[in-house]
Write a new protein. Structure first.
Length: 312
């Protein structure tokens, strides 16, 4: 095994420790990439980072309990400033990203998915420039996807606090600078100080909605969320490990958690009435929503304690 691989379970972010790190390294960006069994995707992502004109970065790959570690013998892990953290607990994307963020040294943290590819060689320099020039911007990034007609489009997302429903508005990716409600962590850069202030991603989400939840909390602090043509990635949306009963459950359950945290318990109980027709048409998803509601009811006291802690 390559010597860069470390074994760690992770710990909570320490704002004081973050401040001390930032004082010693003011102009660097830390790239955090969680990975689980996506070798080819990860290599493509790293190759796009290697092409960057800006070299003032470090890369932290958090392996979230992959079945094989052979990928970390690839030459790119010697050519680039990469540290690999072996998350032996396999606790999901939110915890993996928190673990990676806790190990960073930079002023800014760029979160990428392993199936993301930086659009051109200036993305990192543009991100640093935009974040450095405007202290009101709490996060910048965005993605482009391949449309049905073969064109690249940017999905700008909005979501309802009352139902957790996500809507995507597709825009032309060129000459775009737009304030948005939230960004996916397939490409999201934020300030490490803000990330620590918010306590990172909410671990109870595990996977799905942790990025939406983080961005809404970021906006409550008065920060802007920006998507910009100069900072985009191509999100290849790997199909690997995206379909399973567990992930279907997490998608539905986390939508409910989002409603509890950003809407309220009343919205939680009204969700089947508000979305009943639409969910019934979805068939299997309606089943997972019902399972998710039962799970949430059983754990409502602990969820309300989390909500109370977050609202302070």
């Amino acid at each position: 095994m390559h010597e860069a691989i470390l074994k760690i379970q992770g710990k909570d972010l320490d704002p004081q420790e973050t401040t001390a790190v930032n004082r010693t390294q003011q102009n660097s960006i830390s790239i955090v990439i969680p990975n689980k069994d996506r070798s080819a995707d990860l290599i493509r992502c790293l190759e796009s980072i290697k092409k960057q004109n800006c070299r003032d970065y470090e890369i932290i790959v958090v392996d979230d309990h992959s079945r094989t570690k052979d990928i970390y013998e690839h030459p790119l892990f010697r050519e680039l400033p990469v540290r690999v953290i072996d998350n032996t607990g396999g606790c999901g994307a939110a915890s993996a990203k928190n673990i990676g963020a806790n190990a960073t040294r930079g002023t800014w943290i760029m979160f990428l998915d392993s199936d993301s590819e930086l659009l051109d060689e200036n993305v990192i320099a543009n991100v640093i420039g935009i974040m450095g020039r405007n202290s009101q911007i709490g996060a910048v990034g965005g993605e482009i996807e391949l449309g049905e007609r073969g064109e690249y489009l940017v999905p700008a997302r909005t979501l309802s606090r009352r139902t957790g429903e996500v809507q995507r508005i597709f825009l032309d990716w060129r000459n775009l600078s737009l304030e948005v409600e939230y960004l996916s962590t397939c490409n999201l850069t934020t300030r490490k100080s803000l990330f620590a202030q918010l306590g990172g991603f909410e671990k109870c989400f595990q996977t799905y909605f942790e990025d939406a939840d983080f961005c809404l909390r970021l906006r409550k602090l008065g920060n802007k969320i920006l998507t910009d043509s100069r900072t985009l990635v191509i999100h290849h949306r790997s199909r690997q490990a995206r379909r399973s009963s567990r992930l279907n459950f997490l998608s539905a359950r986390n939508r409910i958690l989002f409603v509890i945290f950003h809407g309220g318990t009343r919205d939680f109980f009204l969700l089947p009435l508000r979305e009943g027709k639409k969910l019934a048409q979805a068939g299997a998803y309606y089943f997972w929503i019902l399972i998710g509601m039962l799970w949430s009811i059983a754990r409502m006291p602990s969820l309300l304690r989390i909500k109370k802690r977050r609202d302070r």
